[in-house]
Write a protein that binds this ligand. Structure first.
Ligand code: C5P
Length: 237
């Protein structure tokens, strides 16, 4: 797995996205397209990004009945994205159906399938009070990760602070993809379980997702390179 940060392209339009990507001339990036960009613009976004040779994590976090998820995944896989996800809360059968759909939509190499455990914006208190899950956040995340593994997912989206325990429980090959990444002086915004790229590396993330620390930076290319160095272990602060 390449030690390359995934940039969250949380923009509303292709024009805005393209302007941002123009700040990275000649770089083949690993980018994340989420629901803001995809739902307002559709598959054309994926086509445009592929033309520019970027690798794509399509972060739509599907969560529906198994049949619907299977059909949706079949269509999305045919767009040629590299990684895609569902909510583990959708259950074992839904995750299996997602994988079946991905296999049906591609001839041979299917996209990597991830399951979202608990969103990194969710606190333990919120999980217990709103979702009525009476265990600790860590227990819930670990349970979701193990269920995801048993259902054929390749990894999970989780907080850096859970990555180590998940690797212990699910094996080192099981991917831990971690958002909630911030550089030292950045605001946390709506994320509650954050870490910097160096902590992420040390605590067992397979891949990091970085949004506002790069996209809202006054110097996005410099911030990207800084994140990359911290994440890659070639710089310490
Ligand atoms: O700007 P920031 O770095 O917080 O962006 C994080 C990105 O990762 C957002 O696109 C958000 O939707 C996504 N994400 C997350 N937590 C998850 C799954 C995805 O923050 N558990």
């Amino acid at each position: 797995m390449e030690r390359e940060p995934i940039i969250a392209l949380d923009f509303a339009t292709w024009e805005e996205t393209d302007q941002f990507l123009a700040l990275f001339p000649g770089e083949s990036l690993f980018v994340k397209v989420g629901m803001e960009l995809y739902l307002q613009n559709g598959p054309i976004i994926i086509e445009q990004l592929k033309k520019q040779n970027h690798r794509i994590f399509l972060d739509l976090k599907l969560h529906d009945i198994p049949h619907t998820v299977q059909k949706a995944m079949k269509g999305l896989a045919s767009l040629g994205v590299d990684m895609i996800n569902v909510h583990a809360a959708g259950g074992r059968r839904m995750m299996e159906a997602a994988r079946e759909g991905l296999e049906q939509g591609t001839n041979g190499k299917r996209p990597i399938l991830l399951a979202v455990t608990q969103l990194t914006s969710t606190s333990e208190e919120q999980m217990q009070n709103e979702q009525l899950i009476p265990v600790t956040l860590e227990e819930s995340v670990l349970h979701y990760a193990q269920t995801a593994k048993q259902s054929g997912s390749d990894g999970v989206v989780c907080s850096v602070h859970e990555a180590g325990r998940i690797k212990e429980a699910c094996g080192t090959d099981f991917l831990t993809v971690t958002p909630g990444i911030r550089l030292k002086d950045d605001a946390a915004h709506d994320q509650t379980r954050i870490a910097d790229p160096k902590q992420a590396r040390e605590l067992g993330s397979s891949l990091i997702v970085v949004g506002r620390s790069i996209t809202k930076s006054s110097q996005p290319l410099e911030s990207y390179q800084h994140v990359k160095q911290l994440w890659g272990g070639t710089q310490n602060a």
